[in-house]
Design a protein around this ligand. Structure first.
Ligand code: C2E
Ligand code: CA
Ligand code: CA
Length: 573
């Protein structure tokens, strides 16, 4: 009897242990993220655990039910999933794959483990299924970010360069041409400034999606940056034949783009084309060449199509050569300054001189500033050059003042880049201090473009300089923006009426009307008016009659090297 009791207790204990273990497994399966399918080959029975019910609307109890798993996934994955859930058919013990469910949204990861007995017969298997939709979406997003531009949906620059490299490789085998077209929205800044960045972005997006519509086999597009796009055409019909793109684009932009908040924008675009193999054989260089021509073309007017061809290449090489020579000249200080006198129109007495730089080129030939100042501005060497001009002209002024004993005004041209530097005001004051020159004896010439670009910060610097007594003059007046309202806010003392007005003032009556109204306006604002480029006596008399204060030009004196100017000063004493 005791024996029997003992047996029963033992069984109960075993049973309890068994149930505890089962409960534990069940809990583990439930806690795990995923669904499990346990299958016993001996019994031909299946059990599902974990999140099965969340994943699938059916139960699996035997081999036949397992087939429903295959029906649950997208058709394209079905065949492979058959191998994955029955690895024993090919003697494997594990197999896994990712597949999309019938809803085309949910990604599942399947992993099967088969257990074999000592005779090598499959005894049990476990299929572990996990929902990996989120990981997939993240991966998709990363892939998207790696290849596409999020604003326009076009390829991004990096991926485009890679694909263009493939075009080039293919073209090198077949002897084809590849055209690389850079497209830029003209005066995009104006859209941004007048309508705001959000609307500007919307325009970039809409134009980008229009370009996307032009893509097809062997034509692709990317968003390079801001308002610049690039397209590549594999083997267009011969050289210089992307006019079909030009035409399609021109047709589209005849209509305005309808943007947010009821705003609309009409645009023109400029295009530059570089062709493989003529312009270059690398993707980056081709894009570069096309960019060079698009921006070169812009200088000739908006809405143009230009090709990077032999003349452009020559010009580029020349400008590279010029740039290198200029760098050397900056090191050796191979420059001189000529000074052009300015006279009061009334009594013809000297008002001052304008410092005009020249570059001492090879063999001592002097090169004019219009050739090299733009290059110096684009490569930054205008900063050391400008510093040298400032220093040298102030030094020269101090020497003249001591020699001839009377003050006058030294006018110095200053580039936009110089004004933009934080140390600009200090550097001017430092030079004046060093040579003991009064601020009122110095005048800085500025062009309107500087003010338009960065009005607040440049105006603040000019105010600081004027507070110290430095004169400010607005150069080339009449060629830019020149609105009266904005003139009033300018911290300037003097206005230089551009030579282009003086040139035609005697022959063109409308120029006369404009010139007279400019002079009247200048006077009413209390500024001083200087006419530049006065070459004829008649021009001088007319300008004097309409109230122009100061005359500068070949009529009264060309720019001269310092030693030749001494007679000018002597005649004043
Ligand atoms: P700008 O400031 O308008 O200078 C006047 C230009 O007109 C000078 O040319 C001068 O020689 C020329 N000119 C003066 N009177 C007459 C005339 O009656 N007839 C004709 N045909 N021309 C006349 P330049 O010296 O070749 O200078 C050209 C430009 O280069 C200057 O135009 C100025 O913008 C720039 N520049 C000159 N020196 C410097 C400098 O040191 N720094 C900077 N940033 N720019 C400079
Ligand atoms: Ca000037
Ligand atoms: Ca000028």
């Amino acid at each position: 009897m005791n024996e029997l009791h003992y047996q029963v207790d033992l069984l109960r204990a075993i049973n309890r242990k068994q149930m505890e273990r089962e409960r534990m497994y069940l809990k583990v399966c439930q806690a795990a993220v995923g669904a499990f399918l346990y299958f016993s080959f001996d019994r031909g029975q299946a059990t599902t655990l974990g999140q099965w019910a969340d994943y699938f609307p059916f139960e699996v109890k035997d081999t036949r039910d397992m087939e429903q798993l295959l029906d649950a996934v997208e058709e394209s994955c079905r065949l492979q999933l058959g191998d994955v859930i029955y690895p024993e058919k090919s003697g494997q013990d594990t197999a896994e794959m990712e597949c999309l469910l019938q809803d085309s949204r949910t990604w599942m990861h399947f992993r099967t483990q088969v257990y074999y007995d000592e005779k090598g017969k499959p005894s049990e298997k476990v299929i572990y299924i996990r929902d990996i939709t989120r990981q997939h979406a993240q991966k998709d997003e990363l892939v998207y970010m790696a290849y596409y531009d999020s604003l326009t949906g076009l390829y991004n620059r990096n991926y485009f360069v890679r694909l263009l490299g493939e075009y080039l490789k293919r073209a090198s085998h077949t002897g084809s041409i590849v055209s690389v077209v850079v497209i830029n929205i003209d005066e995009f800044r104006k859209v941004n400034d007048s309508m705001g960045l959000v609307v500007g972005d919307e325009l970039v997006r809409q134009f980008g999606s229009f370009l996307k519509g032009l893509c097809q086999e062997d034509i692709m597009a990317c968003h390079l940056h801001s308002d610049v796009y690039c397209m590549a055409v594999y083997d267009p019909a011969g050289s210089k034949s992307v006019s079909f793109l030009h035409k399609a684009i021109q047709e589209r932009i005849r209509e305005p783009f309808y943007l947010e908040e009821g705003k609309e924008a009409s645009i023109t675009v400029s295009m530059g084309v570089a062709e493989y193999p003529e312009a270059s054989d690398t993707a980056l260089e081709l894009i570069n060449c096309a960019e060079i021509v698009v921006f070169k073309g812009k200088a000739e007017g908006a809405g143009t199509l230009h090709y990077f061809d032999a003349p452009v290449m020559d010009e580029l090489l020349q400008s590279i050569e010029l740039e290198n020579k200029l760098k050397k000249a900056v090191c050796n200080k191979d420059f001189v300054i000529h000074y052009q006198p300015q006279y009061y129109a009334g009594n013809r007495r000297l008002r001052g001189v304008e410092a005009l730089i020249r570059w001492k080129g090879e063999g001592g030939k002097l090169i004019g500033p219009t050739t090299f100042i733009p290059v110096a501005e684009s490569n930054g060497s205008i900063i050391p050059i400008g510093r040298w001009v400032m220093e040298e002209s102030v030094r020269q002024y101090a020497a003249w003042k001591q020699q001839f004993g009377f003050p006058f005004i030294m006018s110095v041209n200053i580039s936009a880049l110089q004004y933009k530097r934080d140390d600009f005001v200090d550097s001017v004051m430092e030079v004046l201090n060093r040579y003991q020159v009064k601020p009122a004896e110095i005048e800085l010439e500025i062009t309107e473009s500087v003010l338009i670009e960065d009005f607040q910060s440049v105006a603040a610097k000019l105010r600081l300089l004027r507070e110290q007594g430095v004169k400010i003059s607005l150069d080339d007046f009449g060629t830019g923006f020149s609105s009266l309202a904005y003139l009033k806010r300018l911290p300037v003392d003097t206005l230089k009426v551009d030579k282009s007005f003086i040139d035609t003032v005697m022959t063109d009556s409308s120029t006369r009307v404009i010139t007279e109204s400019i002079i009247n306006m200048v006077k009413s604002l209390g500024f001083e008016a200087i006419a530049e480029g006065v070459e004829e006596e008649q021009q001088y008399r007319y300008l004097h009659a309409i109230g122009c204060d100061v005359i500068q030009g070949y009529l009264f004196g060309q720019p001269l090297p310092p030693e030749e100017l001494e007679s000018v000063f002597s005649s004043q004493t």
